[in-house]
Design a binder for this molecule. Structure first.
Ligand code: ADP
Ligand code: MG
Length: 162
C-alpha cells in the first residue's frame, strides 16, 4: 500500500473554480516538487490513481499569536491532472472538514493521505456534484473514526509545527 502519503507546502491560490460557492473551499498545495519538507504532489504520480482521497490535514500558523485552528482535522482531497499544464502536472486540492473563520493562503499545510474514495467523475449537474461531495465527507469521517486510522491523527508528522 502506498499509504500513508505525507504532503506539505504553502497553501496556494487556485483558479477560484467556485469551491466556496459549492460550500466546499479547497486549499491547493504547490504544484512544484519543492513544496516543503515532506513529499511533493508530483511524487504521487504512478503511486495512486487520480480521484478523491481521505485523511488528515493541519494548517500551521505563521506566528504563535495567529489564532487559526491548527489541530489535526479530517480532510478530503481531490487529486487530478491539471488542464492548465496540458494534463502533465498533478493538482491536489484539500477540503478540511472544519469551519475556519479566515482564509489561510500562504500558510504551511501538512496533509496525511490515508485512503482512496472514488475516481473523478464528470458531473451533469451542480446538484449531483454537491451530493457526491457530501457522500465523500461522510465516507471520510466514517473511515477516519476506525481505530486503525484515528491513530494517524497522532502521527509524528503532525507533532512539530514546522
Ligand atoms: P481557490 O481557487 O483559491 O482554491 P477556493 O474557493 O477553493 O479558492 O477557496 C480555498 C481557500 O479557502 C483556501 O486556500 C483557504 O485559504 C480557504 N478555506 C477556508 N476554509 C477552508 C476549508 N475548510 N478547507 C480548505 N480551505 C479553506
Ligand atoms: Mg480551491
Amino acid at each position: 500500500s502506498p499509504y500513508p502519503i505525507r504532503l506539505q507546502g504553502p497553501v496556494c491560490k487556485g483558479f477560484g473554480r467556485g469551491g466556496k460557492d459549492l460550500g466546499c473551499p479547497t486549499a491547493n498545495l504547490p504544484d512544484d516538487d519543492n513544496g516543503g519538507i515532506g513529499t511533493g504532489v508530483q511524487e504521487m504520480r504512478g503511486k495512486v490513481d487520480t480521484g478523491v482521497f481521505y485523511g488528515f490535514a493541519k494548517v500551521i500558523p505563521p506566528s504563535s499569536n495567529d489564532h487559526i485552528d491548527h489541530t489535526t482535522l479530517p480532510m478530503v482531497m481531490s487529486l487530478g491532472w491539471n488542464p492548465f499544464y496540458k494534463n502533465e502536472r498533478l493538482t491536489a486540492e484539500i477540503h478540511i472538514l472544519h469551519e475556519f473563520e479566515n482564509d489561510f493562503y500562504g500558510y504551511d499545510m501538512k496533509v496525511l493521505v490515508l485512503g482512496y474514495i472514488r475516481p473523478e467523475l464528470d458531473y451533469v449537474s451542480r446538484e449531483a456534484l454537491i451530493e457526491d461531495i457530501d457522500t465523500d465527507k461522510r465516507v471520510a469521517l466514517n473511515c477516519l473514526a476506525r481505530p486503525d486510522y484515528a491513530r494517524f491523527a497522532e502521527d509524528e508528522f503532525f507533532v512539530d509545527d514546522k
